[in-house]
Ligand binder design. Structure first.
Ligand SMILES: C[S@@+](CC[C@H](N)C(=O)[O-])C[C@H]1O[C@@H](n2cnc3c(N)ncnc32)[C@H](O)[C@@H]1O
Length: 390
C-alpha cells in the first residue's frame, strides 16, 4: 500500500482490529446529494466463523446489515470512501481518528487522543455496581446487547455502559420525585428502545406499586419490534406507539424523557412535558440548527464567532442554555451535565428539569435575562419559547 491518508487509515484500522482496541467506525457525509446511503456504522463482532466486522448500511428508509472478514471489510470501506461517502471516523481505545475527503479527491487524516473508557467485562460475571444485570435479561438479549450466553457483546459494550450510566444519572432525580402510587412516564422518540427498556426495567423494580410507560416513535417498524420485545420480557406496562413528539396522545405525565431527538423535536418534547406538568423532564439534545440559523451576533461577539466551529459550539451552548432557562421560567429547577453517548459524538449534554414551586419574581428576572442573551446574539426567536408563548 502507498502511504496516502486513505491507506494510512486502512492500515491503522487493520492494526486496531487485530489488536482488539477497535471500538467503532462510522462512514458519513454523502458524496452524491441524492444518494440513498446516508452512513455506515461498522463494529467488531464475534461470530462462529471468527472475529468479523459488522456493517450497518443506513439508508433513507431502512438499514441493511452485513458481516465481513477484515480484508473484505477494508476493500469495502476503501470503495465507499472513494465513491459514496466523504468522512470516516474511527474510534479506538484512547484515540479518535478522522479521515476527511472532499470533492477534489483530496483526503486528510486527523487524530486526537481521548480518555479510554473503563474496561468492562464481556462475560456474565456479576458486576455489583451495574444497574442492569445482563444475566437472564430478555430485553438486553433481544436488542442484541447480550448474546445467547447472556454475555455483553463486544460491539455493544459502549451501549451497555451508556444504559448503566443513564440509570446512575437518573436514580437521584427519581428518588426526589414526590411519592405517588403509580408513575406515568413517556419516552419521546424512543428509537430502538435501549434506554426506554432500561428505565422500565429499573422502575418496575423500584416502583412495585405500579408504572405505566409509553415509548413514542414515528418509525412503525421500530414500534413493532419494541412491542414484541416488551411482550417477550413480560413488561406488561410498557407500550410503544407510532406517533410524533408534537402530537402523540399522551396521558398526564410524571416523567417526560426525550433523548437525542433531532433539533427542535427536543423543544417539542420539553413543551409537552411542561404542558403536562411533568415532575421531571429529561432530555439529551441532538442538533441545534434552529438557533444556529438565527444567530447574528453583535460586533464584539462576531469578532470571535467568525470561526465556523466556534459559532457552531456557541449555537449549541445558547440553544441548550436557553432551554434550561426557559424551563426555569416555567417552574423547573434545572441541571445540565455530561451524558456519555454510545456513538462517541459531541451529543453528550443532558438537561434535567425538576418541577418546583414557581417564584414569580425569579420568573420575570429569568425572562429578562433570556431576552438580553438573545439580543446579544441577534436571535429573534427560540422555538421552545415560541411554543410556550413567553
Ligand atoms: C437518534 S434516535 C434516539 C433514540 C433513543 N431516544 C436513544 O437516545 O437511544 C431519535 C429517534 O427519534 C425519532 N424521532 C425523531 N423525531 C421524532 C418526532 N418528531 N416524533 C417521533 N419520533 C421522532 C426517530 O425516528 C429516532 O428513532
Amino acid at each position: 500500500m502507498q502511504t496516502n491518508p486513505l491507506n494510512t487509515f486502512l492500515e491503522r484500522l487493520k492494526i486496531s482490529f487485530e489488536s482488539a482496541v477497535l471500538i467503532k467506525i462510522t462512514l458519513s457525509k454523502q458524496r452524491k446529494k441524492h444518494s440513498d446511503l446516508k452512513s455506515i456504522i461498522i463494529s467488531p463482532v464475534k461470530l462462529k466463523g471468527g472475529l468479523m466486522l459488522n456493517f450497518v448500511y443506513r439508508h433513507e428508509t431502512h438499514d441493511i446489515t452485513k458481516n465481513f472478514f477484515i480484508d473484505e471489510a477494508l476493500s469495502q470501506i476503501s470503495e465507499v470512501l472513494q465513491n459514496d461517502l466523504f468522512y470516516a471516523d474511527m474510534y479506538v481505545q484512547g484515540e479518535n481518528i478522522r479521515l476527511l475527503g472532499n470533492k477534489k479527491g483530496e483526503m486528510k487524516l486527523l487524530s486526537n487522543k481521548v480518555a479510554s473508557l473503563a474496561p468492562i467485562s464481556l462475560s456474565h460475571n456479576r458486576n455489583k455496581s451495574r444497574m442492569i444485570e445482563p444475566h437472564g435479561n430478555i430485553w438486553l438479549r433481544e436488542l442484541k446487547v447480550t448474546n445467547e450466553q447472556w454475555e455483553v457483546r463486544y460491539e455493544m459494550k459502549d451501549k451497555y455502559l451508556q444504559i448503566n450510566r443513564y440509570l446512575e444519572l437518573l436514580e437521584p432525580e427519581i428518588e426526589l420525585l414526590p411519592k405517588r402510587d403509580k408513575l406515568v412516564v413517556a419516552d419521546m422518540g424512543s428509537g430502538k428502545g435501549y434506554l426506554t427498556f432500561a428505565l422500565y426495567d429499573y422502575l418496575q423494580r423500584k416502583y412495585t406499586a405500579g408504572i405505566e410507560m409509553l415509548g413514542v416513535e414515528y418509525r412503525q417498524e421500530l414500534v413493532d419490534v419494541c412491542n414484541a420485545i416488551a411482550g417477550k420480557a413480560e413488561f406488561y406496562h410498557l407500550k410503544f406507539m407510532q406517533g410524533t413528539i408534537e402530537e402523540a396522545d399522551l396521558p398526564e405525565l410524571d416523567i417526560l424523557i426525550a433523548l437525542h431527538a433531532c433539533d427542535t423535536a427536543t423543544d417539542d418534547a420539553i413543551h409537552r412535558g411542561i404542558k403536562s406538568n411533568a415532575s421531571l423532564i429529561v432530555c439529551a439534545p441532538c442538533c441545534q440548527k434552529q438557533i444556529r440559523k438565527e444567530m447574528k451576533p453583535n460586533e464584539e461577539f462576531s469578532a470571535f464567532l467568525k470561526h465556523g466551529i466556534l459559532m457552531e459550539r456557541q449555537a449549541e451552548l445558547i440553544t441548550d442554555g436557553l432551554r434550561a432557562m426557559i424551563m426555569e421560567a416555567h417552574g423547573y429547577k434545572t441541571k445540565v451535565f455530561e451524558f456519555i453517548s454510545s456513538e462517541h459524538t459531541a451529543k453528550n449534554v443532558m438537561i434535567v428539569g425538576r418541577k418546583v414551586a414557581l417564584n414569580s419574581s425569579r420568573r420575570l428576572q429569568t425572562i429578562e435575562t433570556i431576552a438580553k442573551i438573545k439580543q446579544n446574539f441577534g436571535i429573534k426567536r427560540h422555538y421552545l419559547e415560541e411554543l410556550l408563548g413567553i
